[in-house]
Design a protein. Sequence first.
Length: 276
Amino acid sequence: MIKKIVIPAAGLGTRLLPITKEIPKEMMPLFLQDKEGEMSVKPLIQIIYEKFFHFGLREYCIIVGRQKRIIEDHFTSDQEFSKKFRKNSKYRIDLEKFYFMLNRTKLFWINQQEPNGFGDAVWYAESFVGNDDFLVSAGDTLLLEDKIIKKLLNDKLSGKNDAILILKQVPDARRFGVAVVSKKNQKIKVTNVEEKPKNPKSNLSIVALYRFRPSIFKALNEIRSSQKELQLTDAIQKLIDWGGNVSAIILNENDRVVEIGTADSYLETITKFKND
């Protein structure tokens, strides 16, 4: 059973400037409605954390960088602050639920010295991962479909895969990492991946949620010295070139993904997002 997850949160968030000059994009707020109809506001990275906590993950490595200390502060229990509210106050209840989870979690913080790509951020987590299978979830992306996450976490379904990718069909794949797949006996094999190609070979974009074996670090180390900006897609392609097994789960058109990497995607998210 997977117990570890790496959450890269060190990117500059340039496509959301000027707000991200002071506020990390991972801390951008989303509005949630509970079963009683009460509204609350949480940063996306907290929602991601709570999602995987409820799936049983208890070891988190969050990769941060310059001007991201606000994230560490947010993930530090502050009981004195919560006591400023009445015991039955919704604000106090929400905070204490969050702190309850934090007190049952092992949190590891690693500083990415320079924002040298998503793959570089993951590379920093090698000592945290050790010999275990693990998840990677970008701090600005959330898959809402529990059935897909359950499938990703299922050890029996993962088989001998070095990596499992989540893919979705998009009208213009040039802005994303793109995968080419082949299908055989209901199994989806990834044969090629490429980061933001000018001429995409497919319309299948890569969602920033992955399951990996530690072999991904061998691939990252292999290509790290040859690239200034280390992309995770290049390391995945290296696994494929070595004959590794990389499979995929393709989302249906109704499967929901929250992405806030751009102003347009953030606007779409805050107007359509629902907490299920």
